[in-house]
Design a protein around this ligand. Sequence first.
Ligand SMILES: *Cc1c(COP(=O)(O)O)cnc(C)c1O
Length: 458
Amino acid sequence: MELPFAESYKMKVVENIRRSTREERSEWIKNAHYNLFNLHSDQVYIDLLTDSGTGAMSDKQWSAMMLGDESYAGASSYYKLKDAIRDITGFEYFLPTHQGRAAENVLFSALVKEGDVVPGNSHFDTTKGHIEFRKATAIDCTIDEAFHTELDHPFKGNVDLNKLETVLKKYPREQVPLIIVTITCNSSGGQPVSLANMKAVRRVADKYHVPVFFDSARFAENAYFIKMREEGYRDKSIREIVREMFSYADGMTMSSKKDAIVNMGGFIGFRHKEDFEKATTFNILFEGFITYGGMSGRDMNALAQGLYDGTEFDYLHTRISQVAYLGKQLREYGIPIQYPYGGHAIFVDAKRFLPNLPKEHFTAQTLAVELYLEGGVRGVEIGAIMADRDPVTRENRFPDLELVRLAIPRRVYTNNHMDYVAATIINVYDRRKEITKGLRILKEAPILRHFTVEMERV
Ligand SMILES: *Cc1c(COP(=O)(O)O)cnc(C)c1O
């Protein structure tokens, strides 16, 4: 008999979680104004809100924390992290930041100005937020295949080179400070970008002399997909693939809370000293001195180790197989989900799950609330609420896809938990015809409204 695959780690510390009743949840979600961000974590049984900062650190990471050097300037932890970043990504220069959006804030302060355009593949919400906050425009150049959830395509995160070139032809060089390629592409469903596409983006960018930065939160998961799906990479190690990926970029922003498996942290990597120096002033202003920039020494140590943990093939195989394990159960039941499965999450296609709900009722948010009521499972809406209003017309933006993302924390839940999640979704699917009314907004912020929005039942 062939030996089956099993997790590449065992448990040393556990945290209890508690089941609740439907009556309790009904009360709690009402008090939370139907915004899942407003729930207390102990009101949630299985928390798939995000895979950001929610991972379980390894014994090596915890032991590295004890060796943290908390010196204000020149801490050994800074140099340890610098060495790890150079080793894994190849970037010579880096600035630590407290998380990914802080890296965006610092980098864009140096590069982006009012009236600019920033092309990319489905910019992440904080990325877009930081671009629009500067009165610049994010232009989505993702391939069309990404927006057909059932269509099988190995690299749905790819940049459409024609769309990109159209943007670069239309705007003068001074108005395009950078191209951002998000790997994997969170907003289009945790979908990877191929190495061939990264190489091609580089070629187009060079033709127009525009720098390329990778939004790299899930770079290791992207490398795993390249190894498994792209011709010619099966025998390369994850770290070899990662090195080649970054060789096509001028720099990177990183939310270390994802693939570097720490609870807080981020950084910016730079190839060119001039870019690093330009951003340094903003880092000191917003984050902290260049050798800690928003991170404690112990956290930089854990991050340095996390970059190695997160680029181990066995770990990535464990993780991405678990995501697929959940996805397969849903797909076999006929539940509409983004396919192929994403690296960090399963994305339920809410429009096809609840086809009779008008979009003005916020389809994905309604479905996310139903999943919570059914089983205490917390996912997150990636749809009209998250899309915010148009900055000019102030009309609601209804995106092509209304998704509920079920993000799987790293090294946290077992496949039994995935079975529970699948059963929860299946139960809601069985009674989907009874769900004919959704939600309406009572109160919202002008930007990034999904975090604080207050809603009520229609
Ligand atoms: C999480 C994330 C960010 C922002 O990082 P934070 O650490 O949450 O501030 C940026 N881009 C992508 C693709 C992300 O997934």
